[in-house]
Design a protein around this ligand. Structure first.
Ligand code: MN
Length: 315
């Protein structure tokens, strides 16, 4: 995969690993998708759209790229779904251990088995906020437990899994569900408190796995399995902003962009959403940069994070 020299074409001084607080790992993988192929082209389309995006965020009045975004080498291991998951797990963990805010762009959703495994090993009492049209709770699918249809089966066993936007599943997945922690699209549309209700189910440390098919296909048609009845742009942003401000989001992945060369708005939406999430993460902690008196404000990753900010390590 050809990757841009820097994420979003940002100046090189903001793209070096040492100075970057943020790491972006592309995983162009599409080994197990069942319908439309092409999620392996997702990271490239996302990076190209990102280069054409304004880097000042009006809403948060911030330029989050100045925190530094290191674009890691793409993970291209695809000998088998299992070896891909292991590679994602190891690489993600390496960057978490460098005290970076680690983000991953897929690829199809099976990559998240590896990302979630890494975050769960590095953070206490982890919640996984799974935003998706599909439940993805199958233990095995088409002979593999590393299939995209199984993306959060393991997370459901090992973390506090909260699912939002679900509108398609097999009846067998019902018995895996804790219904207090599942927010179905048809209920969300009539429950004006769904955002607070979902956030109430999360522990402090939260990893977000965002399948782009959670978004309504009228806004984002370029995804492997578009399902009607999805989230709209501003409600997605409102929800994410609340999560970032109320919880310690420790990282996130975005998956299942399946680009169509004649339809660029999906790529652009994915690029904007990624940048918005970074903007929410780092602007919500803005006030901590000015103070050095309280230990809790030293860490821009805030609250219960195991991160240490290298800039402040000597204090
Ligand atoms: Mn999905």
């Amino acid at each position: 995969m050809k990757t841009s020299k820097t994420y979003a074409g940002i100046p090189e001084m903001y793209s070096k690993i040492e100075q970057s607080k943020i790491v972006l790992i592309p995983v162009p993988y599409d080994g197990t998708s069942t319908w439309q192929k092409g999620a392996d082209k997702g990271p490239q389309a996302f990076l190209e759209a990102s280069e054409n995006m304004e880097l000042y965020d009006i809403e948060t009045d911030s330029e989050v790229y100045k925190e530094g975004v290191f674009l890691a080498d793409a993970i291209t291991e695809n000998t088998s779904p299992e070896t891909m998951v292991n590679a994602v797990h190891q690489t993600t963990k390496q960057y978490i251990n460098k005290n970076k805010f680690v983000t991953i762009f897929g690829g199809e959703h099976s990559i998240s088995i590896g990302t979630i495994r890494a975050f769960n090993e590095c953070f206490n009492n982890l919640s996984v906020l799974h935003i998706d049209a599909h439940a993805d709770l199958r233990k095995e699918y088409e002979g593999s437990k590393y299939n995209h249809a199984c993306a959060v089966y393991e997370a459901n066993q090992t973390t506090n899994l909260v699912q939002v936007g679900i509108r398609s599943m097999d009846i067998s997945e019902k018995r895996e569900m804790n219904l207090d922690k599942v927010f179905f699209a048809h209920d969300m549309v009539v429950n004006e408190d769904w955002m607070d209700d979902a956030i109430d189910q999360l522990t402090d440390n939260v990893f977000i796995t965002l399948d782009l098919d959670a978004i309504d296909p009228s806004l984002l048609p370029s995804t492997g399995t578009p399902e009607p009845g999805g989230l709209f742009y501003y409600e997605t942003l409102e929800f994410l902003k609340k999560v970032f401000s109320d919880k310690n989001v420790v990282g996130f992945d975005i998956v299942e962009l399946c680009p169509n060369p004649t339809e660029k708005s999906s790529d652009f939406l994915a690029a904007k959403l990624y940048y918005k999430m970074l903007s929410y993460k780092f602007s919500s902690n803005d006030d901590t940069y000015d103070t050095d008196d309280a230990l809790s404000s030293i860490n821009p990753f805030s609250k219960l994070s195991k991160f240490k900010d290298e800039d402040y390590e000597s204090i």
